[in-house]
Design a protein around this ligand. Structure first.
Ligand code: ZN
Length: 309
């Protein structure tokens, strides 16, 4: 059963491998102090927020500039920046009905792609999960009707949108990782609104890593295009969105569909755009930011990545 249907089924049939809290008492009695009881989430300096363009799954293998940029970025944590206590990853590749957190001790490495070399299927990223922290976060960050986030104890794991960037960044896999799904049935502004609740986690040593692409049109990809080559519509959408980010006009990001044909060319389906709303929602407009990996893959995938904070 595909995951989306599986989760929907679970909600309606009390399947034991997916928990869903609906106690009204919990809704009123738990607040931010809940996190104080979680040993893995100590108060911290505010952590940065990352939006990473992940592009081709092949970028997960050494020998390309994106892999190397993720290595460099990761090595700055624990030196120039505090080491995260927990990573919360929002990937383009986990779409669900309702919002869910992975809540298993040992998330499995998912090889959720098709025709690629065996070396890619052999990749493992054995980072631990953190079911206790997931439980606390599920109560702090509410979805529609103030429901806690769902806890997926056995479903999912770490998809390639997550591990392809996290493995180069933190090769020792010694920081626990939780994934947050995206409810693909919801409008962009609802994703942005939910993400605004994630901001508080940054003061608890949580590194928010949103993994997608600012332009993502696989059908239009051109083999052999260099990193500086892109379609006009890809360049224009990438620069427009980049401009909103640079101006601190983060609320405009959720209205990307107003760009009309430009938006539908850049995103025939927009699951790779949505993670940007999670990163943007978790930051303040005036926070310092920088771009990196401002290049394209196949002329139709923007690798533009952003660090705030
Ligand atoms: Zn992807």
């Amino acid at each position: 059963m595909p995951l989306l249907q599986a989760l929907t089924f679970a909600l309606h049939h009390d399947v034991t491998n997916v928990f869903f809290y609906e106690s009204p008492a919990m809704l009123t009695t738990l607040d931010a102090t809940t996190l104080d009881s979680i040993a893995s989430l100590k108060r911290s300096d505010r952590m940065p927020v990352l939006f990473l363009g992940h592009g081709s799954p092949m970028n997960a293998l050494p020998g390309n500039p994106y892999f190397e940029s993720w290595q460099t970025l990761g090595s700055d944590f624990g030196r120039k920046m505090a080491r995260p206590q927990l990573i919360l990853c929002i990937s383009a590749h986990w779409l669900t009905d309702g919002w869910w957190l992975t809540a298993m001790k040992q998330p499995k490495t998912l090889h959720d792609f098709g025709d690629f070399p065996q070396e890619l299927f052999d990749q493992q990223y054995p980072a631990q999960g953190d079911p206790t922290a997931a439980g606390a976060i599920s109560l702090l960050v509410r979805q529609r009707s103030a429901k806690p986030l769902g806890l997926a104890a056995n479903e999912w794991g770490l998809d390639h949108g997550a591990w392809s960037v996290l493995k180069p960044m933190f090769p020792n896999a010694d920081i626990p990782v939780i994934q947050l799904s995206m409810d693909y049935g919801r409008a962009p502004d609802e994703h942005y609104a939910l993400a605004q609740q994630l901001k508080q986690l940054r003061d608890r040593g949580v590194l928010i890593v949103a993994s997608g692409n600012i332009v993502h049109n696989l059908r239009q990809m051109q083999r052999g295009a260099s990193g500086s080559q892109a379609y006009d519509w890809a360049l224009e959408f990438d620069q427009t969105i980049g401009g909103y980010v640079q101006q601190g006009n983060l609320a405009a990001l959720q209205k990307f569909q107003k760009l009309g044909t430009l938006a539908t060319m850049a995103h025939p389906t927009y699951e790779h755009y949505l993670p940007l709303l999670y990163a943007a929602g978790a930051v303040d407009a005036k926070e310092p930011m920088r771009f990196f990996n401002t290049s394209f893959q196949g002329g139709a995938i923007s690798m533009r990545s952003i660090m705030w904070g």
